[in-house]
Design a protein around this ligand. Structure first.
Ligand code: KG4
Ligand code: ZN
Length: 322
């Protein structure tokens, strides 16, 4: 049994999974409320909160799985990319636990974790496939050739897709983190009310900063009253532009690679409009509960990562960027 720990951003997460991919527990303690009043994640605040939440989260994951540390064979932990201070809390906790229990430790790349969320359950997706990883920090197009091997063919030149959702939500007064709130608001709006630009970038890259500026201008031109009545239309049109860019990017990546199988993972994969557009195309989507950061995806990826024994995991360090 694998115990997985994830603390790369503002979710303190722990999960228990069997080697064959059965998720027995998947505990996520979100700090979103804590950071909401700052309008974004404050790294120092996140680290301190992880420190308070990590032990209860692990306890809860063991309890919900109906197991104890005696049955754990391996510890998996996110090494990066993410906030270094936040990552270090999970990493230090995992090292301590591995050492105290004499267990091997698997350091997992967070993005590999998102991809590995596709390797769980009865509908596990088999490589090779083109994969869009859309999170708050990344927007990547990957050529996934094996469960442990992928090559990046595209990225964002500025904001990540999740960041674009969050910034748009903020402009519309939806608070932080706004992606899911903007998704909900959009359902009452007309996606064709506004024509927001969908950037065409050479190659397989994305760009969302122009879109964000277009929304800023649109909002600025409205009185408070007008804004109140047009908010849902603005949200739906803005969302449509992001989704169009992502769907187009993923389809073009599949064509360029000559692969039929396409997949979508990451927090933005929870977006209902994106799922609505991609489902009929047969694109593999991470199950909703595994889209945003969680420990189960870290357990899943750990199966394809070399395990380190003491003292070899001692000097494993966190890394901030991919
Ligand atoms: O993968 P994730 O949990 O964390 C990172 O690795 O960054 O992704 C979080 C991002 C946030 O930007 C959040 O606003 C966005 O995913 N997100 C959504 C939705 N749910 C989460 N964006 C659009 N629609 C959603 N339903
Ligand atoms: Zn993530």
């Amino acid at each position: 049994m694998i115990l997985g720990i994830e603390t790369s951003c503002d979710e303190t997460a722990a999960a228990c999974m069997t080697e064959d991919g059965q998720v027995l527990s998947n505990v996520v303690s979100s700090q979103a409320q804590l950071h909401a009043r700052y309008g974004g994640v404050v790294p120092e605040v996140a680290s301190r909160r992880h420190l308070e939440l990590i032990e209860p989260a692990v306890r809860e994951a063991l309890f919900e799985a109906g197991t104890t540390l005696d049955d754990i064979d391996e510890i998996a932990v996110t090494q990066g990319p993410g906030l270094v201070g936040a990552l270090l809390v999970g990493l230090a906790f995992a090292k301590g636990l591995a050492w105290a229990r004499g267990l091997p430790l698997a350091p997992v790349d967070h993005l590999h974790g998102h991809v590995a969320s596709l390797f769980l359950g009865d509908d596990a997706v088999e490589p090779r496939f083109a994969c869009l990883v859309a999170t708050g920090g990344h927007t990547l197009l990957l050529d996934v050739s094996e469960r442990d091997r992928f090559r990046r063919i595209g990225t964002t030149l500025d904001d990540a897709a999740g960041e674009a959702f969050d910034k748009g939500a903020r402009l519309l007064g939806l608070g932080y983190p706004g992606g899911a709130a903007l998704d909900r608001l959009s359902r009452d709006g007309d996606p064709e009310a506004y024509r927001f630009p969908v950037a065409r970038v050479p190659g397989h890259d994305f760009s969302f900063s122009g879109l964000k500026t277009a929304l800023l201008y649109a909002v600025r031109d409205l009185t408070a009253e007008q804004l109140a009545s047009r908010r849902a239309d603005l949200a739906a049109s803005y969302e449509r532009a992001i989704v169009t860019a992502l769907v187009r990017g993923l389809e073009r990546a599949g064509e360029a690679l000559g692969v039929e199988r396409l997949a979508l993972v990451g927090g933005v994969a929870a977006n209902s409009e994106l799922r609505r557009q991609l489902q009929p195309l047969g694109v593999s989507l991470t199950p909703l509960e595994l889209c945003t950061d969680n420990g189960a995806m870290i357990c899943s990826a750990a199966r394809y990562v070399p395990k380190l024994r003491f003292p070899h995991y001692g000097d494993i360090d966190a890394y901030s960027s991919a």
